[in-house]
Design a binder for this molecule. Structure first.
Ligand code: NAP
Ligand code: P7Q
Length: 641
């Protein structure tokens, strides 16, 4: 059996990893689609932790002395990075052109015995469980197959490996863009993140006399691009922001970057792993993308050599999430217009405090995974304070003042989602749901709307949109749980059901969920989740609930057909069918009744609301991305007969 590791991408991340794998004796092949190393230098800043890693590997000695990168910044506010650890030999930041770093890392990888194959593009991957088959095409069009133990995608933000291996890359597209250029023949004054009424401008003179200009016009959204910006775009923006004309300069390099934020929801799938920009894309501010990637590579080399692969995901993904969040905060401070001025002033004030400077400087200089507060209260309930599976997600759970809905709202919030707790009449109960979520460190807000009456869904979404905008700045939804429901009162025979009663059942249990889904469509983000609560009674005959069961049959159809409709947007739609579940109603206080109901389940107990909530939470997670249009029996085996 092969033990070769194929590293895809010969950038700094792939080359550092290849060298490290060789120091552990792992046979390593680097596959790179470019025939020659890149000539342009994208990133140039090295931070303290990266300097240590390079020093440990003898790479710093090979590179030679590096110029000091000066003080750093946080969202354009000056932040001296030496504050992280003032006495450290690599305190601060250092400048090294990416081309130089790559050349040295390639030399090292080669000397250690890694085979670097340029001009080979990966076109297919097949994880066969015991090995991975990688197919490449050379510049001459010839195909080759390689069998290896693992494949690592270090192939950048547009990673082919990530796509071929089916990783989910969650996040959001760009909202702001910055233009930059290296220009010869300019004598404009130097400035760092200078804020003007219409935008932001930076000018930095390189040792060769050329000038790096960067410019952003406040409030403008990114232009769709297939290549670099034209120089006249830079000239126009520069003049609009600063009033200076740079039209006479000679552009040497043109580039646009933006604040896209995406991260793989796992860094490992079977025998395929991701590192660097392939695992996370972020605004390239302060060189953090390169540093984060090199630190991924260092961790992965050791983990691959010891076959402790899940530890790689466990340690590096939270670091990535935290860094991406910090970078997003920086992008708001940096590229926001006048509306962020109060926040910038407050931030600048906070940055005068030593502990604040040290805290933020450490987050950049040596990013570490977030740790839950080491208090005695760190129980499983505190999951939301650490990184949950649903952090940054938003959810609407109808009928979550009580019963199953309340348990669902609580579980989603525990995983980090912001939850709209919907109810019809029981305001007290809804408030209790919200309070219990907040006590456990989660986020939620109540929304009132009676369903099954004219204007119901409109009223519901007024509240949902308002609550979300207030808390997140936008009305986007990731998870919708249609849970609210009514039943036929016990003891009503099919013969006695009135048209009005049947209408009411359909209005609340079937019609309202349909229009909730329809109304949610424009708000649902890519990768969204719709979960409809059905009932085991669609598979288990109980004549006095025939009307109710018919409405649940209808909601299952809602799941089936919308699943197909919404799949192109990566949205899944599923039905969860509980059996008899303790919803806190007085019936469940009568031991004899509970004992009798328990006999229906294969496990001889009634369901608890959290039994169902756990199933719903799983379907809401990214791990359930491959389940759609499904009927999930959550009845503890009641349907097994
Ligand atoms: P529950 O305890 O009776 O709570 C019902 C929830 O729905 C409450 O939050 C209620 O809000 C809300 N609601 C009811 N009618 C509404 C209306 N017209 N408009 C808006 N909201 C309304 O419910 P549950 O037993 O947990 O059941 C939840 C879901 O699971 C239902 O769809 C039910 O069919 C299904 N299910 C339950 C069981 C079970 O044994 N419990 C079994 C299988 C399926 P307010 O009270 O605040 O007005
Ligand atoms: O028995 C159910 C049942 C019931 C009820 O009887 C009365 C209640 C709790 O007011 C409404 C209700 C909703 C249900 O979804 C179920 C149910 O799913 C169920 C029952 C008995 C045996 C099997 C069941 O699902 C598999």
């Amino acid at each position: 059996m092969t033990s070769t590791v194929a590293v895809v991408g010969a950038g700094p991340v792939g080359l550092l990893l290849a060298g490290d794998l060789r120091t552990h004796g792992v046979p390593t092949v680097v596959l790179e689609q470019r025939s020659a190393p890149m000539a342009e230098s994208r990133a140039s800043t090295l931070h303290t932790r990266t300097m240590e890693l390079l020093e440990e590997r003898g790479v710093l000695d090979r590179i030679g002395p590096l110029p000091d990168g000066g003080p750093g910044h946080f969202g354009g506010l000056r932040l001296d990075l030496t504050a992280a650890d003032p006495t450290h030999r690599h305190a601060g930041q250092w400048k090294c052109p990416q081309t130089r770093l790559e050349a040295v890392l390639q030399e090292r990888a080669g000397e250690l015995g890694a085979v670097v194959r340029r001009g080979r593009r990966v076109v297919a991957l097949r994880d066969r469980g015991t090995d991975v088959l990688v197919e490449t095409v050379g510049t001459d069009g010839r195909r080759e197959r390689l069998t290896c133990a693992y494949v690592v995608g270090c192939d950048g933000g547009d990673s082919t490996v990530r796509r071929l291996a089916g990783f989910e890359f969650a996040g959001r597209d760009a909202r702001r863009e910055m233009l930059r250029a290296d220009v010869a023949g300019l004598d404009i004054p130097e400035r760092r993140f200078e804020r003007h009424p219409r935008g932001l401008a930076t000018a930095h003179r390189w040792p060769d006399g050329s000038t790096r200009v960067m410019v952003h016009l406040f409030g403008t959204t990114p232009t769709p691009r297939t290549g670099p910006p034209r120089y006249d775009e830079v000239v126009t923006a520069w003049s609009q922001v600063t009033g200076e004309d740079i039209g006479h300069g000679e552009p040497l390099w043109l580039n646009a970057f933006d604040d896209t934020r995406r991260q793989a929801t796992r860094y490992r799938r079977g025998r395929v792993l991701l590192a660097g920009d392939a695992a996370h894309v972020q605004m390239p501010v302060g060189g953090q993308a390169l540093n984060l990637g090199l630190q991924d590579a260092a961790e992965l080399g050791a983990r691959l050599a010891s076959s402790d692969l899940n530890a790689y995901d466990r340690t590096r993904r939270p670091v990535g999430t935290r860094t991406l969040t910090d970078i997003q905060a920086q992008s708001y401070l940096l590229l926001g217009g006048h509306e962020v001025e109060p926040l910038r002033r407050l931030f600048a004030e906070l940055l005068e405090f030593d502990p604040v400077r040290r805290h933020l400087a450490r987050r950049i200089s040596r990013p570490a995974p977030p740790r839950p507060h080491p208090t005695a209260e760190t129980t499983p309930k505190d999951r939301s304070s650490a990184m949950g599976r649903l952090t940054h997600k938003t959810a609407l759970v109808t009928g979550s003042s009580r019963g199953i809905g309340r348990a669902v709202a609580r579980r989603l919030a525990e995983e980090g989602a912001l939850v709209a707790v919907h109810y019809a009449t029981d305001e007290d109960a809804a408030r209790k749901t919200v309070e219990s979520i907040e006590r456990d460190g989660g986020r939620a807000f109540p929304v009132r709307a009676e369903l099954g009456v004219p204007g119901d869904v409109h009223e519901l979404f007024l509240g949902v949109e308002h609550g979300l905008k207030e808390r997140t700045g936008e009305a986007a939804l990731d998870i919708v749980v249609n849970n609210a429901g009514v039943t036929t009162p016990a003891g009503v025979l099919p013969e006695d059901v009135t048209p009005e009663e049947l209408d009411r059942l359909f209005a609340v249990n079937a019609k309202a969920p349909f229009f909730v889904v329809q109304r949610a469509l424009p708000l649902l983000r890519e990768g969204g989740r719709i979960i409809n609560i059905s009932s085991g009674l669609t598979r288990f005959a109980s004549p006095d609930q025939v009307g109710y069961a018919m409405t649940k049959g209808a909601i299952e159809q809602l799941s089936l057909h919308f699943a197909r409709h919404l799949a192109p947007r990566g949205i899944t739609v599923n039905s969860v069918a509980p059996g008899i579940t303790n919803n806190g109603s007085p019936l469940f206080d009568i031991p004899e009744a509970v004992e009798q109901m328990a006999q229906l389940s294969a496990f001889k107990r009634v369901g608890e609301a959290v039994d169902v909530a756990d199933v719903v939470t799983f379907l809401a997670s990214s791990e359930a991305r491959w389940i759609t249009g499904a009927f999930i029996d959550a009845s503890g085996g009641t349907l097994l007969g």
